[in-house]
Design a binder for this molecule. Structure first.
Ligand code: GRG
Length: 280
């Protein structure tokens, strides 16, 4: 299968599964269900679930067995975007080419939709038919990645410092939590679903750590092009644009090297380069 075809096939399978895991219903809670579906089903790149499915495949499992973990991770990512867009955070009005959740449903329902997705992520992961010890490890991975030692921790450091970090190391640490934690969880969840050993988990972690930082530096460069993040500590603000681009190249090569632990790494290698050059 061509790499772009594989990416599209994964994204389509995720879309169909998300729809299934989050059914619509014309009941007294139709509004909260609608608010959750509005953001979850809107067209994201689905990078995190794609990592889950592909790491499951390269680690010797069947991608479809990892789908509950993949969808759970996308639900957590989507909750974070809804809350990040709120007036009390970034106050954004557009996301994935559409009005943000609070613009459509109001701040109250946007908070509830985020809470609903976070909670539903755990029941989705628990619906896995894999052996219980794998499901338990996946739930632990999701909780750790989302919580104070992961994405939420990174977001709170960012908010507390109003986007101005004291040092390069502090910035890198904040990014590793805010953006890196869910990407690392994606790679890890795929390996867990496949029942892979510690060596595979370590290679997956190296791959996703490098891809995660490259992804975030790319985001900084995109923000710079669009005059966003003015006055904030970012990679290009600290290192300059050429050195930031060079760092993305280095990290992408590191990711490719880590992917070669697995027998069939072509798609992961391509994905690392694709994400490093993305324009959205
Ligand atoms: C509010 C608890 C809480 C956390 C928010 C993820 C996050 C933490 C904030 C998003 C800020 C941001 C734009 C970070 C840059 C990297 C990033 C996570 C971009 C969005 O992810 P994509 O590009 O989005 O994968 P799509 O829409 O494709 O899923």
């Amino acid at each position: 299968m061509e790499r772009t075809e594989r990416l599209e096939a994964y994204a389509a399978a995720v879309q169909e599964a998300l729809e299934r895991f989050l059914p619509a219903a014309d009941d007294s809670r139709a509004r909260i269900r609608d608010a959750m579906r509005y953001s979850l089903l809107s067209p994201g790149k689905r990078i995190r679930p794609v990592l889950v499915l592909e790491f499951c495949r390269v680690a010797g499992g069947r991608p479809e067995d990892a789908m509950p973990f993949a969808c759970a991770l996308e639900m957590i990512h989507c909750y974070s975007l809804i809350h990040d867009d709120l007036p009390c955070m970034d106050n954004d009005t557009l996301r994935r080419g559409k009005p943000t959740n609070h613009v459509v449903y109001g701040e109250d329902f946007a908070v509830l939709a985020g809470d609903g997705l976070l909670t539903h992520a755990f029941s989705t992961a628990l619906s896995s038919a894999l052996p219980p010890e794998r499901t338990l490890a996946a739930v632990r991975t999701l909780a750790d990645a989302a919580g104070v030692d992961g994405m939420l921790g990174g977001q709170s450091v960012d908010v507390q410092n109003d986007g101005r970090l004291a040092s390069f190391d502090a910035l890198a640490e904040m990014y590793a939590m805010k953006t890196g934690a869910l990407l690392r969880a994606g790679a890890r969840l795929g390996c867990i679903a496949a029942g892979a050993g510690e060596d595979a988990l370590a290679a997956a972690d190296r791959y996703a750590s490098a891809v995660g930082l490259a992804f975030q530096i790319r985001d900084d460069l995109l923000d710079l092009e669009q005059d966003e993040a003015i006055g904030k500590t970012t990679y290009p603000a600290l290192l300059g644009v050429p050195a930031s681009r060079a760092r993305i190249d280095e990290l992408t090569k590191e990711a490719a090297c880590a992917a070669r632990f697995f027998a069939d790494p072509d798609f992961l290698v391509w994905l690392a380069f694709y994400l490093a050059g993305r324009d959205v």
